[in-house]
Design a binder for this molecule. Structure first.
Ligand code: KE4
Length: 429
């Protein structure tokens, strides 16, 4: 397997693109080596510019749940293109996609489309503040909600202290209203409510997918919702990654917890730029043009993206692949654990629906601190061995692997073969 053309494009890309990428994780910084450049994809496969074919478990970090270039989506997009690309005016398909999504989320009467998950979350945060008249927001360490200033934070010295900017260019003022709690630790949330009476909302990923996969333990989500609402604050559930991934609708449904505000992205655009936020009427009616909370977007509700979203969700509803996802994820989990045992490599595996990943640690990972016990050098060796054996994983330990309904039994065989060779490579480090 050679990566010569990717290397050439990488060197060329360095001239006008920062790190030759348009999103940092694509630079492969945490696994070393240079990024692969993709030529095309179809179904469960992705093909790089050197002609190497991989079973794709990145799926554009979630959106390609039906696999690449699904015929129904391709047809819907081609049809939409014939009518025009963008109008700056409303279209019928925005109503259609809004209806499909609101019917899938019990807590959502209305939705507003935007063009990315970041935009969905920043709007959701603003909405919580507009509705409650309060300023502070609690987020959980290890959860990622896009790159808005207020949520690019690092924990202060003690958890209860105020946050510090987590990125250059984020002023202290931008994070002074952001508090950090520990995932799966209700006490850490309670501590903030004891300290502050101006908390507008608490935001979390219902299944965390940005620290590797971390699943809520016991009744964490239910207890959190009760606590948050008892304090007059709102629960903002960031389903950008989890929405329509583990069931048709939100992961919140799996835990029988109804968000006050839901943020969406990825799958609802089927690979085109779509984000969204939604809530019950009394909250959404705060949003302009009905209410005083301003939010806008030139390409919001873009007709091509709407066509992709409608066809993706309609096909997903028809396929109902969720049981199949659970079965495949279980097979991968068992195989990973057995293979790690065979080669005496310490791993733990977390999964939920079509999201799974392995940590190179023997710690059961339930929060970011535990996730950080994973040996990222071992992950780097594992990643490149999987690449060489035809499987494309996220180039970072702290991401989720995604399943597509286009995966075949042959793909599964290739993945398990690759896992065996890759875990063996880790054991020989
Ligand atoms: P975007 O702005 O990237 O569309 O969405 C931000 C976002 C919000 N909320 C959650 C839970 C997310 O996972 C994301 C984005 N996820 C990353 C993958 N971990 C996107 C990949 C990337 O940054 O290139």
């Amino acid at each position: 397997m050679d990566f010569k053309k990717s290397q050439e494009l990488y060197n060329k890309g360095l001239t006008n693109l920062v790190g030759a990428v348009n999103s940092p994780v694509r630079a492969f910084a945490s696994v070393g080596g240079n990024p692969l450049f993709v030529k095309k994809a179809k179904g469960s496969k992705i093909i790089d510019v050197d002609g190497n074919t991989y079973v794709d478990l990145v799926l554009s970090y979630g959106p390609m749940i039906l696999g690449h270039r699904h015929k129904k989506v391709q047809k819907a997009v081609s049809k939409a293109l014939k009518n025009g690309y963008s109008f700056g005016a409303s279209t019928k398909n925005e109503i259609k996609l809004a209806k499909i999504i609101c019917e899938a989320f019990s807590g959502m009467d209305k939705i507003r489309f935007v063009s990315s998950g970041t935009e969905a979350v920043l709007s959701g945060i603003r909405l919580a503040r507009a509705y409650t008249g309060r300023d502070k927001i609690i987020k959980f360490s290890g959860c990622y909600h896009g790159h808005q200033d207020a949520l690019l934070v690092a924990a202060g010295s003690g958890l209860a202290t105020l946050s510090l900017p987590g990125s250059k260019g984020v002023p202290e003022g931008a994070v002074k209203n952001t508090l950090i709690a520990n995932y799966n630790d209700l006490e850490s949330v309670k501590a903030h409510f004891e300290e502050h009476d101006d908390i507008a909302g608490v935001i979390l990923e219902p299944i965390a997918g940005n620290m590797g996969v971390v699943v809520p333990q016991n009744n964490f989500l239910k207890d959190l919702k009760k606590l948050v609402n008892s304090k007059g604050a709102l629960l903002i559930v960031d389903e950008v990654m989890t929405g329509f991934r583990s069931n048709f609708g939100g992961a919140q449904e799996k835990f029988d917890v109804e968000a006050d505000i839901t943020c969406l992205g990825k799958v609802i655009g089927g690979g085109f730029p779509v984000g969204a936020y939604g809530a019950r009427n009394e909250i959404m009616e705060m949003v302009a043009p009905l209410g005083g909370m301003y939010q806008a977007g030139t390409l919001s509700g873009n007709p091509i993206a709407m066509a992709a979203g409608i066809s993706t969700l309609s096909e997903l509803k028809k396929q109902d692949p969720y049981e199949k996802f659970n079965e495949i994820a279980k097979i991968l989990e068992v195989f990973l654990l057995e293979t790690a045992k065979k080669y005496d490599v310490k791993v733990t595996v977390n999964r939920f629906g079509s999201m799974i990943n392995t940590f190179f640690t023997d710690v059961h990972v339930t929060n970011f601190e535990e996730a950080q016990t994973s040996d990222t050098k071992k992950y780097a060796v594992f990643f490149w061995e999987m690449i060489r054996n035809g499987v494309f994983l996220p180039p970072s330990q702290f991401e989720a692997w995604f399943l597509t309904s286009a995966i075949s039994n042959k793909d599964l065989k290739n993945i398990t073969k690759a896992i065996d060779k890759s875990i063996q490579a880790v054991s020989n480090m």
